[in-house]
Design a binder for this molecule. Structure first.
Ligand SMILES: C[S@@+](CC[C@H](N)C(=O)[O-])C[C@H]1O[C@@H](n2cnc3c(N)ncnc32)[C@H](O)[C@@H]1O
Length: 284
């Protein structure tokens, strides 16, 4: 999703304009919007501050791409009984999965994210990681990773998926890259360089535990208000750092939103979407 702070910042790996979908609309918000000028206690580490800032922007706005991508990956399918969204953040990806399941578990290691998780009658949020998924053996029919597989992928994760999946369970890894460099440059700021390459297309096609069903990459367009776009920009660490370097610790959200508003009421940005679907071999 190109917008998680605390982990490695992301680089562009793929750009294609062959197929375009136009996406409008919004997804439900978490209980708390971004608090401008939120003060952190002196003991808060830099990583934790980023985590909280990202969680605040995430809970205020996430582009409605999760639904778009899951509809492509899970088309024509009767609802699953139980699904788990690993690395669910503030819950947007768990809510998208709830369209396809009777019950959903959102697993997330960051307490800041969980504190702002979107309440939903059919979603249970649990603290955990890909390597330690707090669910019983053979308890889920579908697993999703929305922008989280890059952080979670490991041998332990694969062991956990084999343990928790029921027979013929489906695993979907997906991500999106919103192309923001041009609009950020218009605001007079360049993205900070990153030494940690990020792979939006990371999937399980290299692992025989997973039988590949589908791998897709497309480009879509999004229409965002100035405020929505400001949240998307500032939730990504390399842009947040660049704006902070330019404007200091001032109210960055207001700075970016006002700048964008002066350029137009709505903004069209492009996004690359990536998705892969697998049948998972289980322990059963
Ligand atoms: C880009 S965010 C995506 C959040 C959410 N899926 C969404 O689409 O809004 C990546 C998430 O992965 C989580 N994460 C980081 N390391 C993880 C791990 N080892 N296992 C599971 N999740 C992890 C982060 O805390 C973060 O919430």
């Amino acid at each position: 999703m190109g917008t998680y702070h605390a982990g490695p910042t992301r680089c562009r790996l793929f750009s294609s304009g062959s197929r375009r979908t136009f996406v409008r609309g919004a997804v439900p918000r978490a209980h708390s919007d971004y608090e401008d000028g939120e003060a952190f206690p002196a003991s808060t580490s830099m990583a934790e501050q980023y985590d909280r800032t990202a969680a605040a922007h995430y809970s205020s706005y996430r582009p409605p791409l999760h639904q778009v991508i899951l509809r492509k990956a899970l088309f024509n399918k009767e609802p699953f009984d139980d699904g788990v969204d690993v690395g669910c953040g503030t819950g947007y990806s768990a809510v998208a999965l709830a369209d396809h399941c009777l019950r959903v578990y959102g697993v997330e290691p960051s307490q800041s994210m969980l504190d702002r998780a979107i309440p939903h009658a059919r979603i249970t949020y649990l603290k955990g990681t890909g390597a330690h998924i707090p669910l019983p053996d053979h308890s889920v029919d579908v697993v999703t990773f929305a922008g989280s597989l890059f952080y979670a992928k490991s041998a332990d994760l694969v062991g956990e998926l084999k343990r928790i999946c029921r027979s013929q369970a489906v695993t979907v890894a997906y991500d999106f890259e919103i192309l923001l460099d041009d609009v950020v440059r218009l605001c007079g700021v360049g993205a900070k360089e990153t030494d940690m390459p990020y792979d939006y297309a990371i999937n399980f096609s290299d692992d025989p535990t997973f039988r590949e069903i589908l791998v897709g990459r497309e480009q879509v367009s999004l229409e965002l208000t100035a405020a929505e776009l400001a949240h998307v920009i500032l939730s990504e660490s390399r842009y947040h750092e660049a704006f902070m370097e330019r404007y200091g610790l001032s109210d960055l959200f207001a700075v970016v939103k006002n700048d964008l508003e002066a350029r137009g009421r709505s903004h069209t940005v492009r996004a690359n979407i990536f998705y892969s679907k697998y049948e998972t071999t289980t322990d059963a």
